[in-house]
Design a protein around this ligand. Structure first.
Ligand code: ZN
Length: 345
């Protein structure tokens, strides 16, 4: 497995030597490549989770133009035929969560270029806007004036939460970015009963308290925006109600999160949605109960989020792979993902 730095170097070499272009033209693979985005734009000095920004608007535009040139870009309506087909190279652009910049920035670009994308919504964020756990962890840490925090009972050692200084290498994350990353990882390992006590104690330790609801006022799309996008050719799917890690819930909790999400989408869009994406999306975040609930509530396809692409041939419809697009990827990385997903996706 290549590390990120070596991947960048290799990707730019493949680009410069014309190998990516050659492999794309030769059709070195067939199947479905699904890219996943979260937020578009510039994170700047945001207090929210900066890892959620997938591309600047300019880079997103370049990526969509490139994808449109080299792929048949599809939506969920084409999945059945594409997954049956043993030839052809297809790509799907997807977004998770339902952030408002998807409407304000990504949608106009997609519309101008006449390209479909699929947006997976956590319906509870649209219905009752609030700060999700990953943004809240980042908000608490970045709003704190403490240089160090010790979250007793949860983390063994004190954690430094200061911004980078001139002495820090620009190649390593600043202490505050590393702290956010560490606490997000910790949160993902908690059981559902532990999550609220953890956030309460984090807010108390940092001296900020929990993030106020008003912070989320313009964070999410509204249902009117969703309908406008749908009417312009965009697609929507489910991503639960409150974005829990499904496998950490008891069966009735999973059923509620999936069933209520399906119901709200149908109520607002006037039709059932057949596609879903798992919150967090790693293999351990969904299980057999999740699959049974999806089928029960009418979802036919579900996307994971731990890399890879779907080769032509038999597919697991409830574990379709997706590869993340991240803000530090340059265009040569995107070219390499498209030319050689076996290595880069
Ligand atoms: Zn998500």
């Amino acid at each position: 497995m290549l590390c990120a730095g070596k991947k960048d170097l290799f990707a730019s070499t493949l680009d410069k030597t014309g190998c990516n272009r050659m492999m794309l033209a030769a059709g070195a693979w067939s199947g479905l490549l699904t890219l996943n985005y979260h937020r578009i734009g510039e994170p700047g000095a945001t207090l929210f989770d900066r890892e959620l920004w997938s591309a600047t608007l300019e880079n997103f535009e370049q990526q969509v133009i490139f994808l449109k040139t080299h792929f048949d870009l599809i939506g969920p309506d084409d999945l059945y035929d594409v997954l049956q087909s043993d030839r052809g190279r297809f790509a799907m652009i997807t977004f998770d969560d339902g952030y408002r910049d998807n409407y304000e920035l990504a949608f106009p670009t997609l519309q101008d270029l006449n390209v479909p994308a699929t947006f997976f919504l956590s319906t509870g964020f649209l219905d009752h806007p609030r700060v999700p756990w990953w943004d809240e962890i980042s908000w608490i840490i970045r709003s704190s004036s403490c240089p160090f925090i010790h979250i007793e009972g949860w983390v063994d050692n004190p954690i430094q939460i200061t911004a980078a200084t001139e002495n820090d290498s620009p190649d390593t994350p600043s202490p505050i970015d590393a702290a956010v990353h560490q606490l997000l990882r910790l949160y993902k390992s908690l059981s559902i009963e532990q999550t609220e006590p953890f956030l309460n104690q984090l807010g108390e330790t940092c001296g900020t308290g929990r993030a106020p609801e008003s912070v989320a006022d313009e964070l999410w799309m509204t249902w009117d925006m969703v309908r406008e996008m749908r009417d312009a050719g965009m697609f929507f799917g489910g991503h639960t109600v409150q974005h829990p890690i499904l496998a950490s819930l008891p069966p009735e909790g999973q059923d509620r999160e999936i069933g209520e999400c399906a119901r709200r989408l149908e109520e607002e869009l006037g039709e059932r949605c057949a596609t879903f994406s798992y919150p967090v999306g790693r293999p351990e975040t969904f299980d057999e109960v999740t699959r049974a609930c999806l089928i029960e509530h009418g979802f036919q396809w579900s996307f994971s989020y731990y890399g890879g692409y779907q080769k032509s041939g038999p597919a697991d419809n409830l574990n379709l792979p997706r590869t993340p697009v991240e803000i530090d990827m340059d265009l040569s990385r995107i070219h390499s993902i498209a030319a050689l997903p076996q290595l880069f996706a």
